[in-house]
Every structure is written in C-alpha cells, then in structure tokens.
Design a protein around this ligand. Structure first.
Ligand SMILES: CC(C)(COP(=O)(O)OP(=O)(O)OC[C@H]1O[C@@H](n2cnc3c(N)ncnc32)[C@H](O)[C@@H]1OP(=O)(O)O)[C@@H](O)C(=O)NCCC(=O)NCCS
Length: 157
C-alpha cells in the first residue's frame, strides 16, 4: 500500500500545470485513507506481471451514489486496459452495494479523463444536476486551483 503514492505521483506528472497547480502534483491519498478503504473493500490494486502495484482505484460514496475517489495507473503501464479494468471493478462494487449511479470528478478536456470516461458510458453532469456533496467537491477542487473540472455520472441500474 505505501507504494501507491509513488504510482499516484507519477501519474499526476501528466497533468499540465495550467489545470493542476504543480505544487499539488506531489499530493497523494493518505495511507490511512487507503488502509480504511482496503478494510472496507473499496480499494483495488492492479499488479504488473512481476507482481508490483502499478495502478489503483479507491471508491467511496457521495450523495448516496458510489463515487470514484481516485484512479491512477503508472505511466509505464498505461494504455494496456488497466484503467478500464479498475473502473469495471468499481462499477461491480457499486452495483453490488445497490447504488443507482457511480459519479466522479475529472478534467473535462484531457483525452484520458472525461473523454475516456465518456467511452465507458459516463455522462457529464451540469452543475445544477450535481448533488450537494458532489457540488462541494467541485467547489473545493476549484478553491485548490484545479481548472476545467467536470462531474460525471454512470447509471448502475
Ligand atoms: C486515466 C488512467 C487511469 C487510465 O489508465 P490506463 O491504464 O491507461 O487506461 P486504459 O488502458 O484502460 O485506457 C486508457 C484510454 O485512454 C486513452 N489515452 C490514454 N492516454 C492518452 C493520451 N495521452 N492521449 C489520448 N488518449 C489517451 C487510451 O487510448 C485509452 O482509450 P480507449 O478508451 O480507447 O481504450 C491513466 O491515464 C492515469 O493514471 N492518468 C493520470 C491520472 C488520472 O488522470 N486519473 C484519473 C483522474 S479522474
């Protein structure tokens, strides 16, 4: 689990500074949050053929829906289907838990963000269609300096 922060930081280096302030690239999901998610069955890790962690997804709930907190694949292992497979596991978890939808926030224009999720069936949400917790997540991201963020939703039923 301690290796996941390095995966997240390597993946974050792909974000342009105009969208993610460079100082925030060093941030990572705290180990305590990963541990709690693991204990609750909300953390999925993708392993390389050598058994090393090279990607992960963390889910939680938000406004009563399943919510994708974090998704990262190390750049050396991208475009091999790991991201798609991780999202599929989160979808499976959300359905099994009886959630009506899986939501997330992401960058609207980066090819591996909103367009990638759109190919998986997610639809962008207008700000007024976001629940209160999702709206406050977007607001908090904007306060941190993230730009061009959008909320997206995948119906699970
Ligand atoms: C988003 C991310 C997890 C996808 O992981 P991945 O293992 O590469 O995902 P997959 O191989 O399953 O699919 C990636 C898709 O993005 C596309 N893609 C990836 N990088 C791309 C790029 N630079 N330009 C255009 N398309 C790109 C791939 O072509 C592929 O498209 P497909 O839908 O036709 O298969 C990974 O790019 C990543 O960690 N990015 C940095 C962190 C991030 O953006 N996290 C998500 C935040 S909400």
């Amino acid at each position: 689990m301690p290796r996941l922060a390095a995966v997240e930081r390597a993946a974050a280096r792909q974000f342009p500074g105009r969208l993610l302030p460079p100082a925030l690239r060093a941030g990572a999901v705290p180990l305590a949050v990963l541990r709690e998610a693991h204990l609750e069955g909300r953390l999925w890790v993708a392993l390389s053929p050598r058994g090393l962690p090279v990607g992960f997804a963390v889910a939680d709930t938000c406004d009563g829906d399943a919510f994708l907190v974090e998704l990262d694949v190390h750049p050396a292992h991208q475009c091999l289907g790991l991201g798609r497979a991780l999202v599929a596991r989160v979808v499976q978890w959300g359905r099994a838990a009886g959630h009506a939808a899986l939501t997330l926030t992401t960058f609207a224009s980066l090819p591996w963000n909103a367009p990638f999720y759109a190919r998986l069936g997610f639809q962008s949400l207008a700000p007024e269609a976001c629940g209160p917790a999702l709206a406050s997540r977007l607001a908090a991201e904007a306060r941190l300096g993230l730009r061009e963020r959008v909320a997206m939703r995948l119906a699970l039923r």
